[in-house]
Design a protein around this ligand. Structure first.
Ligand SMILES: Cc1cc2nc3c(=O)[nH]c(=O)nc-3n(C[C@H](O)[C@H](O)[C@H](O)COP(=O)(O)O)c2cc1C
Length: 390
């Protein structure tokens, strides 16, 4: 069973992630982990913090001589800004005058609900944990999940569909998505260059006005075999697991599988993916004319590409702040402002890749899992043969 947790505050000493259940014998590519962390830090519209920090995954346990050993993996990502925050967020009592209070809750953040829930007089501790900085820890363990999936031939990547009011029109094929990820400069991670420039103009507009933007990303799981997840129980359905995994990311307010939203407004004859049978091309000789189902029917992967979209609300911290109330005086004030991103759709897509990879890895391990990679791959290959013989 694949299990994982994260810990750490946004301006604390470090983020930490734990990943338990990866079989022994998986080769760990440190450069790949660090590139994934780098990808989460990219995108036009990010704030100053991304410029001062370059994340790196420091593996503490579960990996020896370059390979997993079946023990829990723990990873630390240092917060390079900790030097500037030691007095504001000490473990001990410290000097109260040096604490950085968040005096007024910011609409759209956990600030008010968290302060009420945990009985804090202000929102500092709330935002420290509710912040999407936490998603870096998920990207680190998601990278391990991707390395595991790669051994089964499965890849997971994302691209951006919408920023503000600008959207890319057509379905973007896998080859274009893969090409996008070879680039060493990330603008808005949109596969269509002309649309990407229009997305950039949207970001420029909010940079000028002190506003912020949301958007839509799509995560694609490529070469996923039919048979992951099941309809047998509600909490084992692959669509439900993916929806929860992606929805758990900060600022994601809706998740769509395939063309689920448009499907609700269309006739069945135009939505459901008709089935054909020809020469073997993928796992079986069954194929589909299109993939409106996003690769999942009845809670089970059906052998087509998994396509999951996440809808992000606009960033909640505004340079031109919204109305709020001072925690102490209860007087109306403008919401607190802290250095902030204005658009994070590409980065959220990278974090969602991690969540999709962890979910697919969990389902793959439930189906094929062994204690070692040798055992797992043998089980996987046996299943692939069964599909071929079907
Ligand atoms: C990668 C990423 C980076 C983010 N950076 C910021 C940021 O710099 N400032 C901000 O106000 N919100 C940022 N957000 C969004 C907030 O984390 C989000 O609005 C907040 O958690 C409240 O949303 P929730 O109700 O979904 O948790 C970011 C989100 C993601 C996914």
């Amino acid at each position: 069973m694949l299990r994982y947790f994260t810990a750490g505050e946004s301006h604390g000493e470090a983020l930490v992630a734990f990943l338990s259940g990866i079989p022994a014998g998986l080769e760990i590519d440190q450069a790949f982990l660090d590139r994934e962390l780098w990808r989460r830090q990219q995108g036009y519209g990010r704030g100053g913090r991304m410029k001062i920090e370059t994340d790196s995954a420091h593996i503490f346990s579960g990996v020896r001589h370059g390979k997993t050993i079946g023990s829990p993996i723990s990873i630390e990502i240092a917060n390079k800004d900790w030097n500037n925050w030691q007095e504001a967020l000490p473990i001990g009592a410290g000097d109260e005058a040096k604490h950085k209070r968040v005096a007024s809750p910011r609409p759209g953040h956990a600030d008010l609900a968290g302060a009420l829930k945990y009985n804090f007089p202000e929102a500092r501790y709330v935002l420290e944990r509710a912040s999407a900085r936490e998603s870096a820890a998920r990207v680190a363990i998601g990278a391990v999940a991707k390395l595991f999936l790669r051994e089964l031939g499965i890849e997971v990547l994302s691209h951006v569909i919408t920023v503000g009011t600008v959207s890319v029109g057509n379905v973007i094929g896998w080859d274009r998505i893969r090409a996008l990820h070879q680039k060493d400069e990330v603008l808005l991670n949109c596969a269509d260059a002309e649309t990407e420039l229009r997305m950039k103009e949207e970001v420029d507009k909010v940079l000028r006005t002190g506003d912020s933007l949301g958007g839509v990303f799509e995560v694609v799981g490529h070469n996923v075999p039919p048979g992951l997840g099941t309809y047998a129980q509600w909490d084992e359905r692959l669509d439900a697991l993916l929806a929860a995994a992606v929805m758990s990311l900060q600022a994601v307010k809706a998740v769509e599988i395939g063309s689920g939203v448009a499907a609700a407004f269309a006739a069945g004859s135009t939505v459901h993916d008709e089935i054909e049978y020809a020469a073997q091309s993928g796992f079986t000789a069954f194929s589909r004319a299109h993939n409106n189902a996003g690769g999942i029917e009845g809670g089970i992967s059906n052998g087509e590409e998994i396509r999951v979209r996440g809808y992000l609300k606009p960033i909640s911290t505004l340079r031109r702040p919204l109305q709020s109330v001072d925690f102490s005086t209860r007087e109306p004030v403008k919401a607190a402002y802290e250095r902030s991103d204005v658009c994070v759709v590409p980065a959220a897509g990278v974090a969602a890749e991690a969540m999709v990879a962890l979910t697919l890895a969990r389902c793959a391990l439930e189906k094929f899992g062994g204690d070692s990679m040798t055992e797992t791959i043998r089980n996987f290959q046996g299943y692939c043969q069964q599909l071929k013989n079907y």
